[in-house]
Structures are given as C-alpha cells and as structure tokens.
Design a protein around this ligand. Structure first.
Ligand code: BG6
Length: 513
C-alpha cells in the first residue's frame, strides 16, 4: 500500500482490528452515490492505509464498460468529489489496480453467473480470500430481488468460511408494511448479522461524538433528564431543494426521506440510556428501547403534534428558486411535504414530560443540522430581566453540520459598573481543536462493515419502529390532502407559520438559527 496519509488525525491511527482481505461489490455502479460517495470513500480509506493490500472493488451496472474505462471514470469522480480536487497518483495507482467492472441487468440470472466468474478471477488475482461486501446502491425496489438472486447463485453463502455481508441503502420500505416485507424477504436469504442497513447520519463524526460526549464525560449525564431539561429541539434544514429527484421525492416526502430514519437515529442517541458496553447490540438495544418509549401518536392527536409544509418560490443564498410544485417530475397540485415538524414525548422515567421538537425541511434559509438542549430556568430570577439584563435559559447546542462543534450558552455579567447579564457562548469546534478534515460518513461506515462492526448500522427493529411512529401521521395527512394549503412556506425561510404555532402552544419558540 502506497503513500503516507495527508490526514493528521489518521497518522499513527491503529484499528483495534485490522481489515481482512475482501472485495466490495457495488450494484448500481453507474449511479450518483457510487461516484460521489462510495468510490471516493474507498479511495480515502486506501490513502489512510486502513484497507488491506488484498482488496478489490467490483462495480456492476447495466451499461457495458471495460475495467479500464470504469477506472478512468472513477478517477474523474475522485477528483471531482474526493474533497480537495486532487488525486494522489501513487495512491490512485494502487487503488485502481483493484477496480473491476461487470455489466448486466439485476433481474437476469445470467448477470449473477457472470459476477461469479468475475469474482473467482478477482479473488484469485487480488488474494481477497472470498470475503465479500455487496453494496446495493440501486433503486430500493430491486433490493429484495438482488438479495434472492445472490442467494440462488450461492454468492452470499458463508458455510465454507469466508464472510459475506450485504449493505442496503435507505429507504427500508416506504411504509411499515413495506419495511416488514423487505426485512422479511432479505432475512430468508441472509442472517441478521450479514445485513448492514446503512444510515449515513450514523457515520457523521458529530453524531458519533454524541455518544462520547454523553458517556465519556461525567458532568453532563447527571443533568440529562426531566429534572434539568426543559425541551430538546432537533433541526435538520437543507438549503437544497429536490435536486432533480422530483419523481423519487413525490412518493416520499420529508417524513419518509429524513425523519423516519436519519432524524430518529439522532434522536435515539440523544435520548437513550447508557449502554452496558459499546458492542453493536448493547448500543442498539438501548436505542430501540428508548424509541419503544415514544408516546404513540394517535390519529386524533396528529393535528396537535405534527405540522407539514411545502415550499413555494423564494430566494436561497440570494438566488431565486422555484417552488416545489414547479420542480421537474412534480405534480402541479402535489400534496408531498417538504417540511415537517413533530412534537414527540417519551413515556419513561428519564424524559417524562419533556417535549422533543423535531423539524426537517428542504429549501430552508441555509443548511443546518443541530440538536439544542434547553435547560430549565433558574428557580429564582435574582438578576431579573430588567435594565440591560437578559437572563436566558442555558442551552447546549450540538452542531451536527456545518461548523461542526458544540456550544454551551450560559449567562455572564457584562463588564461595567452596573450588573447587566447577557448570554455568552463556550465553544468547541472540530476545525480548531483537531485541525483536520473530518472523514466522510461513508468512509467510516464502509470500513465498519469490512471490519464486521454493525454498531453504526440500523438494526431491523429500529427501521420498523421508525415507521410505526410516523404511520398515523402519514395516514392522517393522506386522508386530509393539503390542497390549496400548499405551498405554505417560502423557499429560503424556516418553514410554515404552523410550525411556530406548534411551539407557541407550549409557550416556547424554535431556537433562532
Ligand atoms: C439523504 C436524503 O438520505 O440525505 C436526501 O435522501 C438528503 O434528500 C440527504 O438531501 C441529506 O444528507 P446530508 O448528509 O447532506 O445531510
């Protein structure tokens, strides 16, 4: 393996377990995810010397392409999406030697025969010992069929020794029934320990750091409960619209696309009990346990605790942008929500009575994902709120992205002869504390799968629980179509008025972003 790493965080980094020889097979290799994320992530892992020398990648898609053409297309992708626009020739050369391509239709048994042959060749050439990761980056409707065809071709059989794992991209189904059906179908072929349901939010450094922040520090955990916390707000706002994915998004909406998976994963880490250790099941047991405690939303509660929105035309970053209904692939009277806010509570001892407000949107004023934990007010306002004083409740803000970091907001005396109080920030920023590029979520997740560590992957029960929580909301919304109520927020704003009303009913406001 060539070259030194340019990432100071990785210098001298030792994995507790080293990655075993293996081949990563990507279904959907001509797609966006492969170009933008997967191939650059594997390149960075090569550069950081975290992969073994006996390593290969086999891309598979319908289009006919030679190994060499695939290599040069992927080199362009790494240059374009790999971060700094540069490709280290030495690293590239050693990486590219292990890149192969096989063409075929996913539904055609012949494809799997060709893939078997190719794998036999690649595995011999690269010495990968038959260990395989299959990455399904295709349309979700093809997942079950691909897994069954892999099974029929004997490609995922572990009985002879080498391990075989399958990574499935979200969405896991489009409804609770769909998720159960998909999970059941893949479990006919694969054991749960072979299935890796990827949720890229779990690969984000800041989300992983939540665990460290909560459980590697003694000072926060005693406060992390209903006695000290007034409310928790999780905001996931994107400045982008649907980016040419209108026809996918029409059948999806923000609840299915973001809340049911990414936001709930983050929520579960904020709210979970300490795990007994960091093994995949110990962590995932606690996550599912707390999600089981989410107070069920019944049909008659929906309008009290859930808000939906859809953006109309507006301005984002100084540029005029069209409304959702004007996007390509979107119906002119589309009922699809591009904004949703929910108020959730937990029926457990830690969180009884503490509202968790979550919101996610497309075409917000800017991109920001953060968790804001607002603590209860002081019991006596010694300093009052008069004159120049503005005593605020303490807030702990975890900035997931961008400007990754953590801020604690507390009150301080403004210097001077009079006692005026103002809120100030105590800041931790990844950039200044560690001074290095944060690894992309896919780098961590791909490496974890190769290492056989599923801690940061979604277990079956969690994917189905996410659907259970949102199903009554989606059902009610489908019954009561929004019609002229949409669009109800301007592109470039923080969402519809109803979202502010949701908090105002509780005497609260969203944190100003
Ligand atoms: C994807 C969604 O899972 O996550 C997209 O399908 C969304 O609609 C994306 O834009 C957001 O990811 P990130 O990492 O940019 O916050």
């Amino acid at each position: 393996m060539a070259a030194t790493t340019d990432n100071p965080l990785r210098e001298g980094m030792r994995l507790e377990r080293s990655a075993e020889p293996c081949t990563v097979i990507i279904f959907g290799a001509s797609g966006d995810l492969t170009k933008r994320k997967l191939v650059p992530a594997l390149y960075h892992l090569t550069q950081d010397r975290l992969l073994p020398a006996e390593f290969a990648v086999v891309g598979g898609a319908r289009r006919e392409t030679s190994d060499d053409d695939f290599r040069s297309q992927m080199k362009t992708s790494v240059a374009e999406f790999g971060g700094d626009g540069k490709v280290d020739e030495e690293v590239w050369e050693s990486y590219a030697k292990g890149l192969y391509y096989v063409s075929g239709e996913f539904g055609d048994p012949e494809t799997y025969r060709k893939l078997s042959e190719k794998l036999a060749l690649v595995e011999a050439e690269r010495g990968t010992l038959g260990n395989r990761v299959f990455y399904l980056s295709t349309a979700p409707s093809a997942f079950a069929e691909i897994v069954h065809k892999l099974g029929e071709a004997g490609l995922v059989d572990e009985s002879k020794g080498p391990w075989r794992r399958v990574i499935i991209e979200k969405p896991i189904g489009n409804s609770l029934e769909g998720a159960i059906e998909l999970n059941t179908s893949v479990s006919e072929v694969l054991a749960e320990k072979q299935i890796y349901r990827i949720d890229h939010y779990l690969g984000k450094e800041t989300v992983q750091n939540l665990l460290a922040f909560r459980f590697a520090n003694g000072i926060f955990e005693p406060l992390w409960n209903r006695n000290y916390i007034d409310n928790v707000q999780i905001t996931n706002a994107e400045a982008v619209g649907v980016e040419g994915r209108g026809s996918y998004y029409e059948g999806t909406g923000v609840v299915r696309d973001m809340i049911q998976n990414h936001v709930f994963q983050v929520l579960s880490i904020v709210a979970m009990e300490p795990p007994i250790n960091l093994s995949p099941d110990a962590v995932r047991d606690e996550k599912i346990k707390v999600m089981e405690a989410v107070t069920p939303i019944t049909a008659d509660m929906v309008n009290q605790v859930a808000v939906r929105g859809q953006y109309g035309p507006g301005h984002v970053g100084g540029k005029a942008v069209p409304g959702y209904r004007e996007e390509t692939g979107v119906a002119p009277d589309s009922p699809t929500e591009t904004f949703a806010a929910l108020k959730l509570t937990f029926d457990n001892w830690r969180w009884g009575g503490v509202p968790f407000y979550i919101r996610s949107s497309k075409r917000a004023a800017r991109r920001v994902t953060e968790i804001a934990i607002t603590f209860k007010d002081v019991p006596q306002k010694l300093f009052g709120d008069s004159g120049g004083s503005m005593v605020e409740p303490n807030v702990l803000i975890v900035r997931v992205q961008p400007n990754e970091g953590i801020t604690l907001r507390f009150n301080a005396k403004v210097p001077g002869q009079v006692t005026n109080i103002r809120g100030v920030n105590m800041d931790f920023r990844y950039g200044s504390s560690f001074g290095a590029r944060l690894a992309e979520a896919y780098e961590r997740l791909l490496l974890d799968c190769i290492l056989g560590d599923s801690t940061l992957y979604a277990r079956r029960d969690m994917t189905e629980r996410g659907w259970e929580i949102v199903t009554p909301v989606l059902a009610r919304w489908a019954e009561e179509l929004p019609g002229d109520m949409f669009p109800n927020y301007e592109a470039g704003s923080w969402g519809p008025k109803a979202s502010d009303d949701l908090l105002a009913r509780d005497g609260r406001t969203w944190r100003r972003l």
